[in-house]
Design a protein around this ligand. Structure first.
Ligand code: TYC
Length: 102
């Protein structure tokens, strides 16, 4: 053609879908019997929180019933839950820790 309206190119950026593994929230549940200091110790020991951070999260669980204490890969979340449940059982506290897909 002579009129110059051929081969008009428009570049469109495509975003290839990058696969990411699912993440899991680890939740701590309130109960009436586990001592507050024990929960604070759990959060320090297994979730690397400072004493102040741990105390704050413990109070949130105490008042609201549940809180997210961390977000991890499936394997790490499973390990954290098992560690907390085992530690609580060994100390004969009814503390419950669970995980759910984010
Ligand atoms: N409710 C407990 C108490 O009054 C304290 C507590 C906080 C227990 C957080 C569990 O995940 C928990 N002793």
């Amino acid at each position: 053609d002579e009129d110059g309206d051929d081969d008009v190119s428009v570049a469109i950026k495509t975003r290839p879908k990058t696969q990411r593994p699912p993440l899991y929230k680890v939740l701590l549940l309130n109960d009436d019997y586990t001592p507050m200091e024990f929960v604070v110790a759990v959060l320090e020991r297994f979730f690397g929180m400072s004493h102040a951070q741990a105390f704050e999260i413990m109070l949130t669980v105490h008042k609201k019933g549940v809180a997210v204490v961390g977000v991890f890969s499936h394997e790490i979340a499973e390990t954290k839950v098992a560690q907390v449940m085992d530690f609580a059982r060994r100390h004969q506290h009814p503390l419950q820790c669970t995980m759910e897909k984010e």
